[in-house]
Design a protein around this ligand. Structure first.
Ligand SMILES: Nc1nc2c(ncn2[C@@H]2O[C@H](COP(=O)(O)OP(=O)(O)O)[C@@H](O)[C@H]2O)c(=O)[nH]1
Ligand SMILES: [Mg+2]
Length: 356
């Protein structure tokens, strides 16, 4: 899963990247920032504490902060949107902090307005892609008629109608073969959207952040998730050692790091869950799209496991904690055998049985 940070210039995209990843980018490097961040998970920590001889392997999530040439004033967000076409999730960073030393494209800090304009641009960008694609298809069709072109044209027309009705392409129902037609296009409104409100230092407490996100949610498009943080403060937090950080957080009224909240929101935006495996050499968390079957989940571990899939032995994490140990789980028969069509649940501890 790759999350692309986008938004108007000087809203704090790079600051948010640094606050999430703990990396400090070189402002003069003129290059794209990219980092895979291990996902904190207390359930994995618990399993690792019980099986300390293995290695702990966290699931990872990738963040991308594209390097942009200074955009012109007419299309301040265009290059940013263009740069995240290849990602799987959009994180739209919105400026909520006042800073007279940092120029801004808008007259005032109005997060609702900024989101409305950004989302409008995403719809426009997808509409233009559809229109150009249609022109191209028509030219090609005149040269050589083909059923493929007819089919592609029908899908693009569907997309265009949908966009004109102000619905994101993520909500357009398509058959798998129709979806395959548009897969490679990188439509912006086909991606899950996460709105990241980058607020002032004075609003940095967990309580304020939660309130700001909750108040903003009805103002955001319905298909988006909303999370708030103060990137500048959180970025400084990550530079402190554990003890200083704990003190600093207490003073600021922060009960969790933005890193964790943003990662959680990234998960919510994509409907991602986690399952766990406990092996001799590693205790590991695996990210998975919600709704995935046991056989496909086995395939994320190893393609051989999907091909030779026999059964999955599943223990839900809560049952494991209730029982207290693997031996008790077995004594109380809390482990289940599931077939290939079993839909994996968040927190399942799974052992796959397969032929080689
Ligand atoms: N006061 C304040 N300034 C911030 C905050 N986040 C970013 N900035 C400043 O805004 C400027 C632009 O931030 P940057 O992350 O480079 O924005 P980008 O152009 O969207 O990548 C920098 O000078 C940051 O220090 C914040 O939460 N509070
Ligand atoms: Mg930047």
């Amino acid at each position: 899963m790759k999350i692309g940070l986008c938004g108007f210039p000087k809203v704090g995209k790079t600051s948010v990247f640094e606050a999430i990843t703990g990396l400090v980018s070189d402002a003069h490097a003129h290059s794209t920032n990219i980092a895979a961040v291990p996902i904190p998970d207390q359930r994995l920590d618990r399993l690792f504490a019980d099986f300390p001889k293995s290695r702990k392997v966290q699931a990872k999530i990738e963040y991308l902060d594209p390097y942009l040439h200074e955009p012109g004033p007419d299309d301040a967000i265009g290059p940013s949107l263009n740069a995240v076409k290849s990602t799987s999730v959009l994180a739209l960073v919105v400026r909520g902090f006042e800073n007279p030393n940092v120029p801004y494209v808008f007259q005032s800090i109005d997060m609702k307005h900024a989101v409305a304009v950004s989302v409008e641009r995403m719809f426009e960008a997808d509409t233009v892609v559809c229109e150009r694609r249609l022109e191209k298809i028509d030219v090609m069709y005149r040269k050589a008629k083909s059923d493929d072109l007819v089919r592609e044209r029908a899908v693009i027309v569907k997309c265009l109608d949908h966009l004109r009705g102000a619905s994101p392409l993520s909500q357009l129902e398509l058959h798998p073969e129709e979806r395959a037609v548009i897969q490679g296009i990188g439509f912006l409104t086909a991606k899950p959207l996460m709105i990241v409100l980058n607020v002032d230092e004075k609003d940095a407490s967990t309580e304020r952040l939660d309130n700001i996100a909750a108040e903003f949610t009805p103002l955001a498009p319905r298909y988006a998730t909303v999370v708030a943080l103060c990137a500048r403060l959180e970025r400084e937090l990550l530079e402190l050692d554990a003890q200083d950080r704990a003190m600093f957080m207490q003073d600021a009224g922060l009960t969790s790091l933005a890193q964790e909240r943003v990662i959680r929101a990234s998960y919510d935006a994509t409907g991602t869950i986690c399952f766990f495996t406990i092996g001799d050499d590693e205790v590991r968390a695996w990210p998975l799209r919600a709704g995935t079957t046991a056989a496909k989940a086995a395939g994320t571990v190893h393609t051989d496991m999907e091909r030779g899939f026999i059964r999955a032995e599943v223990i839900s994490f809560d049952d494991y904690v209730k029982a207290g140990s693997m031996r008790e789980v077995k004594a109380q028969k809390l482990n289940r055998l599931e077939g290939k069509d079993y839909v994996v649940a968040d927190g399942d501890i799974i052992e796959f049985r397969f032929h080689v």
